[in-house]
Design a protein around this ligand. Structure first.
Ligand code: SF4
Length: 377
């Protein structure tokens, strides 16, 4: 049974309460550079990040955050505080008001700082993520623990005890505990989900870059989300030099879509092809349909609500092709030999036998008609 946490309001976005997981990202710009930070938040939001976090290391960044929040409104902006967060919030009250949520790392705060920070957030009715990170667990807790996982969990437990001693509202509390190991991350979040009734922010910290970072993040987040654990999450990838940070948002969306927790774009189901496909027509067809769908999607989205749930199958031969094509909203299967013809199914019914040079074009026409008929406002 899915675990249900309290609903937490983060500006215009809600997490928890059984809602589908919400995707977050974080800026990499110097927060004091308002223009660049606004541009990055807008790019991340356009890519699909529903909440964006920025670092607030000092008062100058806090002053800048006030302007940033105004300029990106209504995107919820989270302030990331380490060390003297309570003092910064006190010195720049407008920043505290403007931010949708605060994040504090107890490992980088004295007990007094941490308590003052929670008191201030409670007074302002702002949600707080207590974000423990394996890299900043106190050496004393580490020395007293059997493992890093145990030290991280103990740090969360002590932080929650502090929050409870202040009667910090459950619907303003979010927990995270990030490690860089996939098995340890999974173990920690399973334990958090079992032992704490609060919204959880998932993350694999320092996941790395490129394919290995994406696979590590997908394995950790995918496992937990599939178990119903996690109200919100961020994919932490090191961008390639000069490349956009929005890649991490794309990966997060793909995880949610693959788990069928959220839909962001039509899904193309295509088989890998094998020795039964006697030419590369199948690969060209799958590639062309994917490209056309990607291009048409922004246009479809404006006119055809719900089109992101569309499932299209492009299959290589009669072994699995007709079955998959029947199960999709619209599907096509090549014969697997000769490959100058294809059968087309719409919602399980065979609607056409296509042959000849313009097979792709004819399939596309059927697809466009299907979209217009089934997803009209
Ligand atoms: S559907 Fe046919 S072509 Fe595609 S992988 Fe299966 S057997 Fe091979």
């Amino acid at each position: 049974m899915k675990r249900i946490s309290p609903v937490v309001n983060i500006g215009t976005v809600q997490i928890g309460g059984g809602l589908p997981p919400v995707l977050q990202s974080m800026t990499s710009t110097d927060t004091r550079d308002v223009k660049k930070t606004v541009a990055e938040i807008q790019a991340l939001h356009t890519a699909g990040a529903e909440i964006v976090r920025l670092a607030i290391p000092d008062e100058a960044a806090a002053e800048a955050a006030v302007k940033i929040c105004q300029q990106v409104d209504p995107v919820p902006v989270v302030g990331d505080f380490h060390f003297g967060g309570a003092e910064i919030l006190k010195a720049v009250p407008k920043c505290a008001e403007a931010l949708a949520k605060f994040r504090i790392n107890p490992g980088n705060s004295t007990d007094k700082h941490f308590t003052d920070f929670l008191k201030r957030a409670k007074k302002l009715k702002k949600p707080v993520r207590i974000g423990v990170n394996a890299g900043s667990v106190s050496p004393e807790i580490l020395a007293d623990s059997r493992s890093l996982v145990q030290a991280v969990l103990r740090t969360v437990e002590l932080s929650v005890l502090t929050a409870n001693s202040l009667n910090f509202p459950a619907d303003q509390l979010v927990l995270s505990a990030k490690l860089s190991s996939v098995p340890e991350t999974i173990a920690v979040y399973r334990s958090l989900a079992q032992n704490f009734p609060y919204a959880l922010h998932l993350g694999l910290t320092e996941a790395g870059s490129g394919l290995s970072g994406e696979i590590a993040s997908t394995t950790a987040m995918g496992t937990l989300l599939a178990e119903g654990i996690g109200e919100t999450f961020r994919i932490s990838l090191t961008p390639k030099p000069g490349k956009s940070r929005t890649r991490e948002v794309d990966v997060g969306k793909q995880i949610l879509q693959a788990l069928e927790l959220r839909n962001f774009a039509p899904r193309i189901i295509s088989c890998p092809g094998c020795g039964r496909t006697q030419s590369d027509q199948f690969q060209r067809l799958a590639d062309e349909i994917s490209g056309r769908v990607e291009k048409a999607f922004p246009r479809w989205q404006k006119k055809f609500p719900g089109v992101e749930t569309l499932k299209i199958a492009v299959m290589g031969c009669v072994v699995n092709g007709p079955g998959e094509a029947r199960s999709a909203d619209i599907g096509l299967s090549l014969p697997g030999g000769g490959e100058a013809s294809a059968i087309v199914f719409v919602r399980g019914k065979k609607v056409a036998d296509l042959t000849g040079e313009n097979l792709t074009g004819e399939f596309w026409e059927i697809l466009e008609t299907f979209v217009a008929e089934h997803f009209s406002k």
